[in-house]
Design a protein around this ligand. Structure first.
Ligand SMILES: Nc1nc2c(ncn2[C@@H]2O[C@H](COP(=O)(O)OP(=O)(O)OP(=O)(O)O)[C@@H](O)[C@H]2O)c(=O)[nH]1
Ligand SMILES: [Mg+2]
Ligand SMILES: [Zn+2]
Length: 300
């Protein structure tokens, strides 16, 4: 602007005529929107990608409510950001630290984090760069979805446009399965996971790029309460989630079974709302393997 020239107030509206596409659903938004008006994903994801001129890939931990997604993702990102392993995770943007902060604050108080709310604008998203000793750095976007919303979308497609758009574009997933429930003979675990696999396979069924061709890690959680699943996760799946095991063999080209545990021991506390689980120790086991496998598969 020339010295002395004053911008007309109405000129500021010009900025609103340029649409900024959401990174998840491609829907148009104004430059100052915080969340996408179509799918409620944070617009920070699009701004980060534009600023750094990068196209992050999307991966996710999915599974029914209570499978352990928030605990797993919180602990995994915390471990990787401390670089005890061969991999190091660098969060991009302050919003990417919220999940780790929220989960670790709860665990350090000897509590498990709260159930993830169903409203998509309250989910935590992580945009990060993962550096590895071998292999190229990976740019990733990972949300912590609510299990209830996920199963609602599976039962009634398009109720949660963000889940639909995200899982269409997603490059690979970890499906979390509650191992102690599966071992105790609750067929719910088997059915929920089979439904998720069917949903994915029907969502993108292209011969070359569809879900049957994308990597899927099947992760048994809460291994601390179910030692058997660590020995041979695949044999555990055959025995305790036979429907899922068969479905994976028939429909998925790239899948593998894993077992993880975050808590070392769990107790109970009586609260106004009933009995609450309390983590007595934190003893992460097997957390890195499924994530590493997924990244390796994405590179091939
Ligand atoms: N023993 C044991 N229990 C766990 C572990 N991880 C999670 N849990 C239990 O599982 C519950 C649910 O864990 P979350 O991580 O909140 O589950 P979620 O999949 O995020 O559930 P939604 O947010 O409802 O989708 C926790 O409150 C704990 O009681 C674990 O490693 N060991
Ligand atoms: Mg959660
Ligand atoms: Zn969107």
């Amino acid at each position: 602007m020339r010295p002395g020239a004053v911008e007309m107030d109405s000129f500021r509206l010009m900025a609103y005529t340029v649409q900024c596409p959401c990174y998840i659903c491609d829907g148009g938004n104004t430059f100052d929107s915080e969340v996408c008006r179509h799918c409620h994903a944070p617009m920070a994801l699009a701004h980060q990608a534009n600023t750094h001129k990068i196209q992050p890939r999307m991966i996710a931990a999915i599974g029914p409510s209570g499978a352990g997604k928030t605990v797993y993702l919180g602990m995994l990102t915390d471990m990787l950001s401390r670089q005890i392993e061969d991999m190091q995770l660098l969060a991009r943007g302050a919003f990417s630290i919220k999940l780790q902060q929220h989960a670790m604050a709860a665990l350090s108080r000897c509590e498990f984090p709260n159930k993830t709310p169903n409203e998509p604008d309250r989910w935590n998203w992580i945009h990060c760069q993962v550096l590895r000793k071998r292999g190229k750095p990976a740019e990733l976007i990972m949300p912590d979805l609510a299990g209830e919303a996920l199963l609602e979308e599976v039962d009634h497609p398009h109720t949660f446009p963000v889940i639909h758009a995200f899982l269409t574009k997603c490059a690979g997933v970890m499906i979390l399965i509650d191992a102690p429930s599966a071992e105790s003979g609750q067929s719910e675990e088997d059915f929920h996971t089979m439904k998720l696999v069917s949903y994915l396979c029907e969502l993108v069924n292209d011969k070359r790029t569809g879900w049957p061709e994308r990597p899927i890690a099947m992760v048994f959680t809460k291994g601390d309460q179910c030692e058997n699943c660590f020995e041979d996760p695949s044999a555990f799946a055959r025995r305790h989630t036979p429907g899922l095991f068969q479905q994976c063999r028939e429909r998925l080209k790239r899948h593998r079974f894993f077992a993880v545990g975050v808590a070392g021991a769990v107790g109970f506390r009586n609260d106004a709302g009933g009995r609450v689980h309390v983590p007595l120790r934190i003893e992460p086991r097997g957390l890195i393997e499924p994530f590493k496998w997924l990244l390796d598969e994405l590179e091939t």
